[in-house]
Structures are given as structure tokens and as C-alpha cells.
Design a protein around this ligand. Sequence first.
Ligand code: PAF
Length: 273
Amino acid sequence: MKIINDPIQLQQYLKEQNKTIGFVPTMGALHEGHRTLIQNAREQNELVVVSIFVNPTQFLEGEDFDKYPRKDDADKKICELSGVDVLFFPNAQNLYFEDEVKIEAPDVRGYVLEGNTRAGHFSGVLRVVMKLLNIVRPTRAYFGKKDAQQLNLIQQMVKHYFLDIEIVPVDTVRDANGLALSSRNAYLSDKQRQEALKISASLYEAARMIARGENDTAQIKTKMVEILKPLEIGYVAIVNRDFNPVTVAQVGDTIVLVEVVCGTTRLLDNIWL
Ligand code: PAF
């Protein structure tokens, strides 16, 4: 596995290979969810590139940028064992410029749900993803459905900026109890991990209600809030695949989303129906 830090060097190297490229951008602290993204990329492309960069511009003032888990050595091992060809390890100095031209999150969709509680977060995400996609120029780039709003905004960016890249959504990986895997789960105590199971329980109940024919999203959300208590709820939302809120759930076009704060940790999850 080749490890490259410099964006220009990586761009040059990949151009010379002249192969289809599957790209998995990450912030490190890799878990089974990331391994699934890598596996998909491995199966569908000749070359697999993973980036590891804890992107400062997507953390707001007072968030966990400094304490975000950094596990470079373990991550390198995981990449090697997963058949990654190139690991891109940039730093803020070689990725960002003084007074640079910025990509911004859209005015409405970038500032609802996750973007409401974390105003500006998605501008930081889109900024770095635009850079990474332009450096790697992948054939396909892989993103988890767990960050559904991020995935939707990246799909919008690729469309609005006419990037010739296929964005591949990949299913969420859960532990045996149903907790969606996330690098931030490392912050949870055993008790909080237990409490966090209410999140997937509420989503499974939403799925059951919809399967039984209940399509009134107000009723579904009320039931979910009951299940989530006493967790601090950021939002419970039901949207269509375009991320517009819906009053009537429709199988094939519905995403049910939850954000809770467990202790001081913000946890996201969703289910696509
Ligand atoms: O989902 C993530 O890990 C990050 O938001 C991403 C897409 C790598 C951008 O920093």
C-alpha cells in the first residue's frame, strides 16, 4: 500500500495509473462501517484510494475537533488488510489555502436538521469533499447512508458542479444490538451505549408501523419520541429521498432520521424505507 501526503503528488500518481478508481474519504478511527465502504470500492474498481483527514472546517467552535479519535497506526493496518492501494494522508497546510475560494452548503437544505444544530458544518464538509474529489478524480466515491443528509448534499454538489463521479451510497453497519457504528461511539460509557439502543429501537418501530400500513408521519414521530425518552432529542424527522419533509410516508421514498444527544455525544441514525 502506497501512502501519500501531498495532493499534487497523489494526483500525478493516480493519473499515471490510468485505472478506474474507487474512493473512500474518511476522518479515520476506522471501523466495520468503513471496511464495508472499502470492500464495495474494492469489488467495483481497479484501484482503491482511502483518505484520512480530520477536517477542521466541518467542526464548529467548541465541538470535538481536538478530542476526535485519531488512530493512524491502527487505521493504516486496517487499510492494508482491506486491500487499499493508496492511502492519502493530507494535512490542513497542504489542503487549505489562505483566503481561498469556498464552496458553501445550500441556504435551505444545508441548514435544516443536522445543519440547524450545527450551522456551517455542511459547508465545511462540502468544501473538503470537493477538494478530495478533485484531487483523486475517482470513478466512484463511497459514502455511508448513516450520514444521510451529508450524502444527499454531496450528491447535490456533484450534480450542481457537473462532476463526472458516481456517488455510491452504502448501507449502515450496526453492532449486534442495533447500534449504528460510528467513530464517536468511542465517547460512550457502557450505560450510554445501552441508552443509545433506543435510537435503533425507535427506527425499527417506525419501520414496523409503516409496514403495518400506518403512513401518517406525525403518528410515527410521536411513537418514536415516546421510545426515545428520556434521551435528549435533537430531531426526529421523516423525509423523502430528496430530503423534503413528508406528512405521508411512502415505501421506497422515505427516510426516517433521528438525532439524539447521549451524555455529550451527538448520535445520528436513520432507516431507509
Ligand atoms: O463522513 C465523514 O467521515 C466526513 O464528513 C467526510 C465525508 C470524510 C468529510 O470530512
